[in-house]
Design a protein around this ligand. Structure first.
Ligand code: GTP
Ligand code: MG
Length: 450
């Protein structure tokens, strides 16, 4: 059983328990401890989490939550805290990848390359592993798959020289990613080589690549590399194959070097930005936590004003707020459901995946404020400009506009329905209108919750 399954079982216990008393909380905490220890989370951390949950479990619930919901939320938050929140690297220009043998550096170089290429950056990768034969070819292949530029000097022994040449070659690029050699341990040789590469590259970002199978040992490794070269970010690989992934995540979060990405397979796009919250809700399966997280979200979702939407002022800004709010929830349909439009959302929008939403978010980010408020402004030249800025295809911008228009139409129709039933109110419509009226009122109330 993976970390997610065991944690979910613990949560189920709270939701299924007859009465919530100290005993139930203790039992739940025990389950959580088992799950965390099984995932190789360091015992001290496990203890700290347990204490936090026990302390907060019987605090006064906020915003109309029941005691049961409060406990689930407290537990969830405590787990997110040890996993770390979302930390996105700030527009990196040069990234040095380091790590032990087989950690996944060369693979990650390609994945990162693709990740940033998709975000509109011109990327070059440098083959500075002059230690392992065929490292050159491996990175060359990965770069080709990712569609980014490659530089290496075949047969050259000095990694620093390769890096110096590479930096010259990629002068006009937005981002340089530098692979490096691994060793079986962090010995003097590896340290001095990395330091030389570091000097030649002058990277502000030095990221450690570490396998999820390291579990809680990841902390020691991260600390050692940090001491040697000043690691400021971490990529955890092989999240797909190890039950210890949770341990590695927690351990790295504790070192203060943010876990930026996780790699979840061998393919070049098995790669994602890390966010403890999103990760946790996914591994635990959204279903069981759905009601609770929705409720907690309602309290946070004051940004969306349902009355604005009802008036028909549905613009990209509102759409964007929805996308932001849905990030944790998994699909747009769920937010719409909360607004009371659930059944009327077009099927594609309901099933819009995380990746697509992320991509829409990037596109809306590239619009001007005016364009967000007045979607009709988007003509061909604007679309082309947005596409360039977002590093996307024109096609994707048009797809977003199409989705957006569908949603807008749907909201309009819904509003029309409401108005019509007001005007032509007959005996038989009374009940229906009352329902709608109450629905609207309840909705307003929902969004005023604090
Ligand atoms: N399943 C899985 N395999 C991965 C992942 N990342 C890398 N690998 C595999 O792990 C192996 C080692 O990856 P490399 O990228 O060569 O590792 P490296 O750190 O460059 O290794 P050295 O250059 O020898 O130090 C390869 O077979 C990769 O395909 C991942 O996230 N999941
Ligand atoms: Mg390598």
């Amino acid at each position: 059983m993976g970390l997610g399954d065991t944690l979910r079982k613990a949560m189920d216990k709270i939701q299924g328990a007859g009465a919530i008393d100290k005993e139930t909380v203790k039992e739940v905490v025990k389950e959580i401890q088992r799950a965390l220890i099984g995932s190789n989370v360091d015992p001290t951390t496990v203890f700290a989490v347990s204490k936090k949950i026990e302390e907060k479990a019987f605090e006064e619930p906020k915003g109309g939550m029941s005691q049961r919901e409060h406990i689930v939320k407290v537990t969830y938050d405590a787990l997110v805290e040890i996993l770390g929140g979302e930390k996105t690297p700030k527009d990196p220009k040069k990234i040095l990848l380091c790590g032990l043998f087989g950690a996944g550096k060369t693979t990650a170089a390609g994945k990162l390359g693709l990740y940033y290429k998709k975000r509109g950056k011109k990327v070059g990768v440098i083959a500075a592993d002059t230690f392992r034969p065929a490292a050159y070819e491996q990175l060359q292949t990965n770069a080709k798959t990712a569609g980014v530029d490659f530089f290496g000097i075949k047969g050259e022994k000095s990694a620093a020289k390769v890096v110096r040449e590479g930096v010259k070659k990629f002068k006009g690029h937005d981002l340089i990613i530098c692979d490096s050699a691994g060793r079986s341990g962090l010995d003097e040789e590896l340290v001095s080589e990395i330091q030389e590469i570091d000097k030649a590259l002058g990277a502000e970002e030095k990221w450690l690549i570490i396998g999820a199978d390291m579990g809680s040992l990841a902390k020691k490794q991260a600390q050692a590399f940090h001491k040697a070269v000043g690691v400021n970010g971490v990529i955890i690989t092989r999240m797909d194959g190890s039950s210890k992934g949770g341990g590695a995540l927690v351990a790295c979060n504790e070192t203060g070097s943010s876990v930026y990405f996780i790699s979840t397979g061998e393919k070049v796009d098995d790669f994602e930005g890390f966010d403890g919250d999103r990760y946790l809700s996914r591994i635990m399966g959204y279903g069981d936590l759905q009601g609770l997280l929705e409720k907690a979200k309602e309290i946070e979702m004051e940004n969306i004003n349902p009355e604005e939407i009802m008036k028909g002022n549905f613009n990209f800004k509102i759409f964007y707020e929805q996308l932001k709010a849905t990030k944790k929830m998994g699909s747009l349909g769920k937010v719409a459901g909360m607004l009371g439009f659930g059944a009327k959302i077009p099927k594609e929008a309901m099933e819009m995946g995380q990746e697509k939403m992320e991509s829409f978010k990037i596109i809306i980010d590239s619009m001007t404020e005016q364009e967000r408020l007045e979607p009709d402004l988007l003509n061909r030249s604007r679309i082309e400009r947005i596409a360039r800025g977002a590093g996307k295809d024109d096609k994707e911008i048009r797809e977003l506009i199409k989705q957006f228009k569908k949603m807008k139409k749907m909201f309009k129709k819904f509003r029309g329905m409401n108005e019509k039933s007001m005007k032509t109110m007959g005996e038989q419509d009374l009940g229906k209108m009352m329902q709608q009226f109450q629905g609207k009122k309840a909705m307003k109330k929902k969004f005023r919750l604090k």
